[in-house]
Design a protein around this ligand. Sequence first.
Ligand code: SME
Length: 162
Amino acid sequence: MDLVEPALEKQRRYAGLADEIDAVLAGEPDLTARMATVAAMLAASSPRLLWTGFYVVDPRRADELIVGPYQGPLGCLRIAFGRGVCGAAAASRKTQIVADVDAFPGHIACDSRARSELVVPVVDRQDRLIAVLDMDSAEPSAFDAVDARGAEEIVRRVFARA
Ligand code: SME
């Protein structure tokens, strides 16, 4: 039976996850290690997640994303800014909460099982866009504002905090 997680319980789960990620990453400066750890710990945090990971801004082409560390089925290799949910988040620098990916114009289906998606822009300490965090679920409407705030706080603490 699919029990919807109460908001307060979900808030507490994200807060605890953020603290755990902080503890694991304490003193680790490497960006790849930080992204890989966030992807893995997010993936382990909920059975509703099909894919968790990063698309990184290509340093050679500032208008394109390259797949970075992730957990889940094969992800598309490159996404242009403005294309798909990830490209929309990168171009707008706004979090995208997609209840039904089939209703999102230009959604990119790396895996046909994905039904809903959350994508959060990732900025560094100088407020430069460096990546997006992408989370997919095989369930419709799997993400809400509590998920968005939780994921935004995790990427703030891991990538933007001085
Ligand atoms: N669905 C994303 C593409 C990345 S796969 O989900 C991992 C999009 O529309 O940008």
